[in-house]
Design a protein around this ligand. Structure first.
Ligand code: OGA
Ligand code: MN
Length: 289
């Protein structure tokens, strides 16, 4: 077929990453608006693979917002100081290890396994992260397949968690590091919330373990000691490398992930002083059930 009559969607290639989840998208020009068929194909790929790696040239905040909107409604994130000037839906995430010790707390906390926004009543369905500057080495972002983790859990553990709710908050003493301070308005916006430990994905119907080392404080209706040991057991199970995929960044990459069925973390092992700068958007989710 001559190139000129190939549609946008015909050019799109969805290449599985090979580890049981994740796909690389090729043939997408993010500088032009995506047509209906392309948007539908990308949404299908997002649901089928949970993690999409989309390479391309660095995007402006407006292009980032429009690209992100393919996967859902883009919503502003809680922390105001990260928002990009005139475009509150796009944040600038600087995870540079600063030589003067002023490294952003979000960057440090991202080293532990988490799912974004679980301290919200309606957590983000997905996150889009787009690399503008990356350090010369390190800084791999890791993803954990929580469909796979849930499916592989021993039945005895499934019986202990099925139907259970958990308390998530902006911070918990269980987390290794403290989060960025909130303003009074931001505190008012983020009371503790309850979410099921096992959630059913609203679009695929598949079950996933829904936990977060940074925000999940305790399992409702359990003594603290029992809750702590069960949570430790769940995190130890999810730590198995067979559930993981690591993304090594190239400038211009956009990575889209599904927070309903993946956890993620970053290796904070890159050289201090080398800029690590990303644009970030969050996609409106639905109440976990
Ligand atoms: C995030 C996050 C990890 C990274 O943006 O939510 O956890 O690699 N980022 O910067
Ligand atoms: Mn995160």
């Amino acid at each position: 077929m001559p190139d000129t009559v190939m549609s946008q969607a015909d050019r799109l290639r969805v290449i599985p990453l090979g580890g049981g989840f994740g796909a690389r998208i090729e043939g997408l020009d993010r500088s032009v608006p995506a047509d209906e068929a392309t948007r539908a194909a990308l949404m299908r790929a997002f649901l089928d693979h949970q993690l999409l790696v989309v390479p391309g040239a660095p995007m402006t905040p407006a292009q980032m917002r429009d690209f992100s909107a393919i996967f859902g409604e883009v919503v502003p994130q809680v922390l105001r100081y990260k928002r990009v000037g005139d475009m509150p839906e796009v944040s600038r995430m600087e995870s540079t290890l600063k030589l003067d010790g002023t490294t952003d707390k979000t960057a440090i906390r991202a080293e532990d396994w988490h799912t974004d926004d679980s301290y919200m009543a309606i957590p983000a369905r997905g996150t889009v992260l787009h690399a503008h500057e990356i350090p010369s080495r390190g800084g791999v972002t890791w993803f954990c397949d929580m469909y796979g983790v849930y499916a592989a859990l021993p039945d005895a553990i499934k019986r202990r968690i099925d139907g259970r709710m958990a308390v998530h908050g902006y911070d918990t003493p269980r987390a290794r590091n403290r989060p960025s301070p909130r303003t009074a308005q931001e505190i008012a916006e983020t009371p503790d919330v309850l979410h099921p430990l096992v959630r059913t994905h609203p679009q695929t119907g598949r079950k996933a373990l829904y936990v977060n080392a940074n925000r999940l404080d305790r399992i409702e209706g359990m003594e603290r000691a029992e809750s702590d040991s069960l949570l430790d057991e769940l995190y130890a199970f999810a730590k198995q490398p067979r559930f993981h995929h690591g993304h090594r960044w190239t400038v211009g990459d956009a990575v889209v992930w599904d927070n309903r069925c993946l956890m993620h973390r970053v290796d904070v092992d890159y050289p201090p002083g080398e800029p690590r700068i990303m644009l970030r958007t969050l996609l409106r989710g639905e109440k976990p059930a």
